[in-house]
Design a protein around this ligand. Structure first.
Ligand code: GAL
Length: 680
């Protein structure tokens, strides 16, 4: 393997946790679930495992505020003092994801009402109606009380607001939400006439005569106006963000020097537009859980980490939660293989995290999550799980110098929650249209070809990338199309997959037709969608290869004299129509692929585009994941062997994890990770 180390220094930025000199290691710690007599043992065991950061109090509202305005901070004082004495820093939670029973009893109008009209009450966890004034003031009160009391506590390094906004509830249809939705609409559009125009309410006689006639898109006889549904998604996202900002601003006012964050779920929460959230946190933090039954779960992990790094603008980020082994909420909670936890944590670190934290420290004996794995498992310290954890803690200490280094990618995939919201509405041309499937397919192709990938919003500056892939971007506005055109003209290679650029921000088909504003850039016009029947396949000739496509075809015409045809459907509903086109433009080229190819077959498309982009397919052993983090004067090459056999890697340096020097090349043992340090 040869690894190209650009001489360009990384975008160095050290995370704001001065008390921790290297990487952060630890997890959620819920001492309120335990008798105080175990706390001293907890701290001792944390020290043994190398824990230096724990998140405390995330669900402790009921133990902190016993009735409105009546607080019991004694226990939190004691545990924070104990942790501090033990040299363990605290990421202190605002507990607003679990309102106490007294709040639900006093404020029944704050209960969430779902789309079917059911009221979701206490006894679980999750936010109240995000538009509820009573919830807003109760959340502000507990946040202010915590900031007052603990802002100066030496253990408190940073703030953890709420927990996973968007889960388990992201929308509400109560009366207060109706009022807030109407206010949001008037604020966004100005007048009712503009709302009617934007939503195309002439269709199906949906014209509104008075703002109070508009309701949130709850259960209805048939499909609710899609533009209304899309705006409702935007509204819900903004209401949740307003909840976050309220708490963040209180904390910032008390402790301007302490970073504030909230834990995202980059690829797994569909309801929050994290491109809008990321600028609002002081450090991006993410939770990731494996889809345990999938053989490619490590590839999905890498994708999640790359998206998180991209949200952080390339700066280091925190892995706020992952699991040591099985979770408890999947249909079959497959335990991790020995070594898998270590590979998982170090893959996040390889892809830019400066913290590897878990849910949770000590396995709960009661409650809904008692079968979830933990750092300190039910089996205790005389267990292989604990021994692996202790080894991982030691590895994290060894990797202290990795902190602050950054990852550079030459390839970007576009990602846009607004487009996903729009595409996921009802009555699309085929149930086989799946932006997530296409994104994962392209990502997997790139992963197998050993390319490190960034994710980008369609309007982001793309000029640093050699190749940009648009996996399926149904909603794409004119500004994004112009941005992609600038990218191509400036020398970029752009690959657009089918069902992209179809509608504008109001889910209306662009006036140019089904290829929308991308048609001109691509030099094509989609005349008609020609989706396939279930399990139907089509043959196409692709750059000399006869291959099979599925799910989708377009009947399309080239519209520009420079458009080249590199693939043609030879049967199926679009027989004779181009399947792969390329339009050279300026110093770059824009490619269009009109069908679904499997990951293997995608090579026939990506290989020539890699060559054109100058990002050759790397000759690295299959199943060896390689990522490089750079500093101004060196690099850390992470080699993660997912195989059950050793592999050779043509990389030199010192393996930080073992201290062994490899002057020429290294053998990475089965299932192991090596981190080769290279100084320039
Ligand atoms: C997360 C959540 C944690 C815990 C964990 C279990 O989504 O933030 O509190 O429930 O899942 O996997």
């Amino acid at each position: 393997m040869t690894i190209d180390i650009a001489s360009v220094p990384g975008n160095l930025e050290v995370l704001p946790w001065p008390a921790i000199t290297g990487l952060a290691f630890g997890g959620d710690y819920n001492p309120e679930q335990w008798d105080e007599s175990v706390w001293a043992q907890d701290v001792q065991l944390m020290q043994a495992a190398g824990v230096n950061l724990v998140s405390v109090g995330i669900f402790a509202w009921a133990r902190l505020e016993l009735e409105p305005g009546v607080f019991d901070f004694g226990w939190l004082d004691r545990i924070l003092d104990l942790l501090h004495a033990g040299g363990i820093a605290v990421d202190l939670g605002t507990p607003t994801a679990a309102p106490p029973a007294w709040f639900y009893r006093a404020q029944p109008e704050s209960w969430v009402v779902d789309a079917d009209g059911r009221r979701l009450g206490p006894g679980s966890r999750g936010i109240c109606c995000p538009s509820s004034p009573a919830y807003a003031s109760a959340a502000a009160r507990i946040t202010t009380a915590l900031a007052d009391r603990y802002g100066d506590h030496p253990a408190v390094l940073m703030w953890h607001v709420h927990n996973e906004y968007g889960a388990p509830v992201s929308e509400c249809h109560c009366d207060q939400s109706q009022i807030a939705f109407r206010a949001w609409l008037l604020d966004s559009y100005g007048t009712l006439d503009e709302i009617n125009i934007a939503w195309g309410t002439s269709f199906w006689g949906q014209t509104y005569y008075h703002i109070d006639e508009i309701r949130t898109p709850a259960a209805a006889a048939s499909v609710v106006n899609p533009a209304q549904q899309l705006d409702y998604r935007r509204f819900c996202d903004q209401q949740l963000r307003a909840c976050y900002l309220r708490e963040r601003d209180i904390l910032r006012a008390h402790t301007p020097d302490k970073p504030v964050t909230t834990n995202f779920m980059a690829t797994s929460c569909p309801t929050t537009d994290l491109w809008k959230w990321a600028p609002e946190v002081d450090v991006v933090a993410n939770d990731h859980y494996l889809t345990a039954e999938r053989g490619d779960r490590h590839v999905l992990l890498a994708m999640d980490a790359d998206l998180t790094r991209s949200l952080a603008g390339g700066r280091p980020w925190m892995l706020m939660e992952h699991s040591t082994s099985a979770v408890n909420w999947q249909p079959r909670n497959v335990a991790k293989q020995p070594g898998e936890m270590t590979r998982n944590t170090l893959t996040h670190i390889a892809r830019g995290a400066d913290a590897g934290l878990f849910f949770q420290w000590r396995a709960s004996r009661s409650g809904a999550e008692k079968f979830h794995s933990a750092m300190l498992p039910h089996a205790g310290t005389d267990s292989p799980q604990w021994h692996e954890l202790v080894r991982l803690g030691a590895s994290m200490r060894t990797l202290a110098d990795v902190r602050g280094s950054t990852v550079k990618a030459d390839v970007a995939l576009l990602w846009d929650w607004e487009s996903f919201w729009a595409q996921d509405l009802e009555w699309r041309p085929s149930v086989d249209l799946d932006h997530r499937e296409r994104t994962t397919a392209f990502y997997t192709r790139l992963w197998q070809d050993h390319h490190t990938v960034d994710f980008a919003h369609p309007t982001a500056d793309l000029s640093s990338y050699k190749l940009v892939i648009v996996p399926q971007m149904y909603l794409l506005d004119r500004a994004a199309a112009a941005n992609l055109t600038t990218y191509v003209t400036g020398g970029g290679q752009l690959l657009v997959s089918y069902f992209s650029g179809v509608v504008n921000a109001n889910d209306a088909v662009h006036p140019e037709g089904l290829s929308g504003p991308l048609g001109e850039l691509l030099g094509i016009s989609v005349q008609e969608f020609a989706p396939l029947a279930e399990h139907q396949q089509v043959m196409l000739n692709l750059l000399g290869h006869n291959v099979v496509g599925g799910a989708w075809t377009d009947r399309l015409l080239p519209t520009d004299p420079t458009t080249e045809i590199h693939g043609t459907f030879t049967d199926g509903p679009a027989a004779g129509s181009p399947a792969l086109t390329r339009r050279p433009l300026g110093r770059g080229a824009a490619w269009y692929l009109a069908t679904r190819l499997d990951i293997e077959t995608l090579q026939h498309v990506t290989n020539p585009i890699y060559a054109a982009a100058g990002v050759p397919k790397n000759q690295i052993a299959a199943g060896l994941e390689t990522v490089t983090r750079r500093t101004e004067n060196g690099a850390f090459h992470f080699l993660i062997n997912h195989n059950d056999h050793p592999v050779e890697a043509a990389v030199s340096g010192t393996d930080l994890l073992t201290g062994v020097d490899y002057p020429q090349s290294a053998t990475v043992p089965a299932g192991q990770v090596m981190v080769m340090r290279q100084d320039f």
